[in-house]
Write a protein that binds this ligand. Structure first.
Ligand code: ZN
Length: 86
């Protein structure tokens, strides 16, 4: 009997390699996500180019988006035994 460290590996998959086109660098640059504004129902993130530190875009994340993102990223193979209907 041996235990597999599957839970420890899964957290590395949360790393997002995101890059956006930067008009100053004239290239698709890796960006840094910075929390710009927090509203009651959403958060606004600013994307900063890692090359010139300029803003290359913004993103609004609503509560619904967060749930969808969490559901999409936490895609695990479901155990077959749980597919039984009540
Ligand atoms: Zn840039």
């Amino acid at each position: 009997m041996s235990s597999r460290p599957a839970a420890a590996q899964s957290q590395f998959k949360n790393l997002r390699a995101s890059s956006l086109y930067c008009p100053k660098c004239k290239n698709a640059m890796p960006v840094r996500e910075r929390l710009l504004l927090v509203l009651p129902d959403k958060e606004i993130y600013d994307y900063l180019c890692t090359g010139c530190a300029g803003s290359v875009g913004q993103r609004e994340v609503t509560s619904a988006d967060k749930l969808m993102t969490a559901a999409a990223t936490a895609r695990r193979p479901a155990p077959r035994s749980s597919l039984l209907l009540p």
